[in-house]
Design a binder for this molecule. Sequence first.
Ligand SMILES: *Cc1c(COP(=O)(O)O)cnc(C)c1O
Length: 217
Amino acid sequence: MALAEIQDAVAKAETKAGRAPGSVRLIAVSKVQPLERVEAVLEQGHRLFGENRVQEAQAKWPDFTSRYDGVELHLIGPLQSNKARTAMELFDAIHTLDRPKLATTLARLAQEMGKCPELMIQVNTGEEPQKAGILPADADGFIAEARALDLPVTGLMCIPPVEEEPALHFALLAKIAERNGLRELSMGMSSDFETAIALGATYVRVGSAIFGERSAV
Ligand SMILES: *Cc1c(COP(=O)(O)O)cnc(C)c1O
C-alpha cells in the first residue's frame, strides 16, 4: 500500500510551494478497485474517497460507512440528472457540475431536500469536444448562474488533456477560480498531483498511485 508515500509526497509538495501543511486534501480514488484494497486504506485511517460512478458508489459504500466513522465521499465522475437525487444523498461533494440543466436540477432538489453537497464546477480547460465541462470562456457566466440558483459552489475542477502539459491547465483553472472568488481547486491525479499542488490545488484526486493499477475503467 502506497498511501503513506503519497501522503508524504503531498506534504513535501505543500512545503515546496510554500503552502500551509494540510492545505491540500488527498482524495483516494477507489473506483473499480477490489474491496480489500479499499478496506486496507480505511484501516490505515484514511477517510476521504472519490468515486466516478453513482451506482458503483451506491453498491460499495453504505457497508463501509456503517463500519468506519467519518468517511467522506466525493463524486468525481459525470452525473446524469436522473441520478442527481441519489448522488445528493450519497456524496458529501460533487466535483462535476458541468452544465446548466444539471445546475437547475440540483437547485430544485436542494430546495426539496433542504441540503446540498459541496459543489465544484468542472471546466473543460482543453476545450476537448469529447470531454465534459464548461468551456473556459463560459465559466464566469456559469459560476454566476449557479450562484444565482443559491448552489453551494466552492471551487473548480479540471482533467487536463492527456498529451498536454498539465501545468498550463492547472494555471488556467486557478486563474478562473481566483477572479471569481472560489477557494477550492480540484486538480491533479497520480501522475501530476505535485504540479497541481505547486499551482494551488486544494483537492488532489489520486487513484492508481495509492491502490495500484485498475484492472478495468
Ligand atoms: C480515475 C480518476 C482519477 C484518478 O486517476 P489516477 O490516474 O488513477 O490517479 C482522478 N480524477 C478523475 C476524474 C478520475 O476519473
